[in-house]
Design a protein around this ligand. Structure first.
Ligand code: SF4
Length: 283
């Protein structure tokens, strides 16, 4: 089936704009940081926000994190650089090696899935850099598929405390924590891929070699099967979650980690706890 490129692009932009307006994701004069991996979702987020920054009067900077995955991450970082260059957006780069002293590859086999330490350290570093830059919001490329997958993962692991992390806009729960926003909250992952191909955008399409070990990839396969048999299932699930749960900070008490001083809901944050295990094993 031939796709009308202009109509498709307009639909994608209108979908993100609807989320930005409906949930008031960005206020005038704010500095928004885009978490830019170089993958299709974060690149689309960058393009949409770059397009809107004049009209909505906010500033934009991108941040890329190199986790240290050989044969994978460098291409993503390169795509991030190319897109920032073409849009005239400043890119700040950080890496696990520089910040924590190891690459993700060094941790291979230490955890059930490499995604576990990857998520913990990346979230912390993204927030740290965004806060240092003075960001008011941290925009991520989370799409509709990601959101439902994350929700089901938390449900499967009985991590009810994580429910506050769902929704298109997170509350500011600590002065040093930059609230996250998700402009692609209602955008299907499949459509993001089509957008990148249709518009010839420089995007890193490869899958991370560690992704197959994650619970997310299993849930993703299941949801895709469901959607194929019953189109509209994913959107219905998102609507059900939104109605069933209030996306507020509620019971989350944030303080700072007693070791590193970064925001944490625990006395010692997950990153410091993992660092201790890692130091025992690899240093
Ligand atoms: Fe990190 Fe897992 Fe994503 Fe790979 S798939 S970049 S290990 S979170």
């Amino acid at each position: 089936m031939k796709i009308d490129g202009d109509a498709f692009n307009q639909r994608i932009i209108a979908g993100a704009r609807e989320v930005i307006d409906e949930y008031k994701l960005i206020d005038p004069n704010e500095l928004v940081v885009v978490a830019l991996s170089g993958g299709k979702d974060s690149v689309l987020t960058l393009h949409i926000l770059a397009d809107l920054m004049g009209e909505l009067e906010f500033d934009l900077v991108a941040v890329s994190i190199d986790e240290g995955v050989a044969g994978y991450r460098s291409e993503g970082v390169e795509a991030a650089r190319l897109n920032c260059e073409s849009l005239g957006i400043k890119l700040v780069e950080g890496s696990f090696k520089d910040e924590f002293g190891f690459k993700l590859d060094d941790l291979h086999g230490m955890y059930q899935s490499s995604c576990i330490p990857c998520g913990v350290f990346r979230r912390q570093l993204l927030n740290k850099i965004s806060h240092q830059l003075g960001a008011d919001k941290l925009a991520t490329g989370h799409n509709l598929d990601d959101e439902i997958q994350s929700f089901l993962m938390s449900l499967a692991k009985a991590e009810i405390r994580r429910f506050y992390k769902f929704g298109p806009k997170l509350d500011k729960i600590h002065p040093d924590m930059v609230p996250r926003i998700k402009p692609l909250w209602k955008t299907h992952e499949k459509d993001v891929g089509i957008w990148a191909v249709l518009n010839n955008i420089e995007v890193h399409f490869a899958e991370c070699p560690y992704s197959a070990t994650s619970l997310r990839s299993k849930i993703k396969g299941y949801l895709n099967q469901l959607e194929e048999k019953r189109p509209g299932t994913k959107l219905s699930m998102l609507k059900s979650f939104s109605k069933s749960f209030k996306f507020e900070k509620k019971d989350v008490q944030m303080g700072v980690c007693s070791l590193c001083g970064e925001p944490s809901s625990l006395d010692v944050c997950m990153a410091c706890e993992m660092m201790a295990e890692i130091n025992d094993r690899i240093k």
